[in-house]
Design a protein around this ligand. Structure first.
Ligand code: ATR
Length: 267
């Protein structure tokens, strides 16, 4: 039996265990998925210990995604994003990936959104914003990053090919955009809050909200009201997990079963 898991602090409320265990059940992979909550200063020992114990793979979440970059061999995309959320313990040591990026592009593609040649606005320049900006740019979109702290957006834009960045006063660019990604925490546990004024939303827009609690955020509600394509945060969560499962096992992930398990726990 293989052991996979999630490392974070805290990890108590994670939806990854039921999602991955549904995948093992559907594919017949003999594995378990467990959560680990090391002390904040123990992440290096935790990764080395997992490697020594023969753990097959780990997801990594807050607050360790940046720390882990120095503890594994990151693939080029994870290195550019500056964060690792998936570790594969191979024969040559731990390799780090960032599957949040694929979570963004696969979520949009699954909803029929063409990224290549489109123009995208990413709100937020933290870990999720960085993953979204690189992912969309690598898939052929022109990217603008808008962030409350404008300097973080311009710093990020400087390393994403062709991207621009600015403060929240630049959000009016959404009016001319094809894709909007909310990569801030605005709306999380706050159904009345939105990161983007409704007046900027329009029918030719596709909106991906990384927030998944609640699933129907004010942003998605207002986007649906004007006829935009809406993609909720569970898709991102699902498809980063799908990408991790596929990297670990080399199998096609049973997306429908993983989706059902995830949504059963979100409902
Ligand atoms: P994550 O890894 O999930 O992206 P993070 O790195 O803490 O989390 O980033 C949170 C993002 O949400 C940041 O872009 C943050 O803006 P700042 O860089 O200015 O802090 C954004 N954010 C959080 N609360 C916000 C708020 N009330 N209004 C606007 N942006 C907010």
């Amino acid at each position: 039996m293989e052991v996979y898991g999630l490392v974070g602090n805290p990890v108590g409320h994670s939806l990854s265990p039921p999602m991955h265990e549904a995948a093992y059940e559907a594919t017949g992979v003999d594995a378990r998925y467990v959560t680990f909550e090391p002390e904040l200063d123990a992440i290096a020992d935790a990764i080395a210990g997992a490697d020594a114990l023969g753990v097959a793979g780990l997801n990594v979440t807050i607050p360790f995604k940046q720390d882990v970059l120095d503890l594994v061999e990151p693939d080029p995309l994870a290195e550019r994003i500056g964060a690792v959320n998936t570790i594969d313990f191979g024969p040559d040591g731990p390799v780090g990936y960032n599957t949040d990026a694929a979570g963004v592009t696969r979520s949009l593609e699954r909803h029929g959104v063409e990224i290549d040649g489109g123009s995208a606005v990413v709100v937020g320049a933290g870990g999720a914003g960085r993953a979204a900006a690189f992912a969309l740019s690598d898939s052929g979109a022109s990217v603008h990053v808008a962030n409350r702290t404008a300097e973080k957006a311009t710093t990020l834009a400087a390393v994403v090919p062709g991207a621009t960045g600015g403060g929240l006063d630049t959000l009016e660019r959404v009016e001319d955009a094809d894709i909007l990604v909310n990569a801030t925490s605005v709306g999380m546990d706050a159904p009345d809050e939105t990161p983007v004024p409704a007046s900027y939303l329009h029918a030719d827009l596709a909106v991906l909200d990384a927030v998944y609690a609640p699933l129907e955020t004010r942003l998605l509600r207002e986007a649906a009201d004007v006829g935009a394509v809406t993609v909720d945060g569970a898709w991102m969560l699902l498809l980063q997990g799908v990408e991790a499962f596929e990297r670990w096992t080399g199998l096609d992930a049973p997306v429908d079963e993983m989706n059902a398990a995830l949504r059963a726990h979100l409902a």
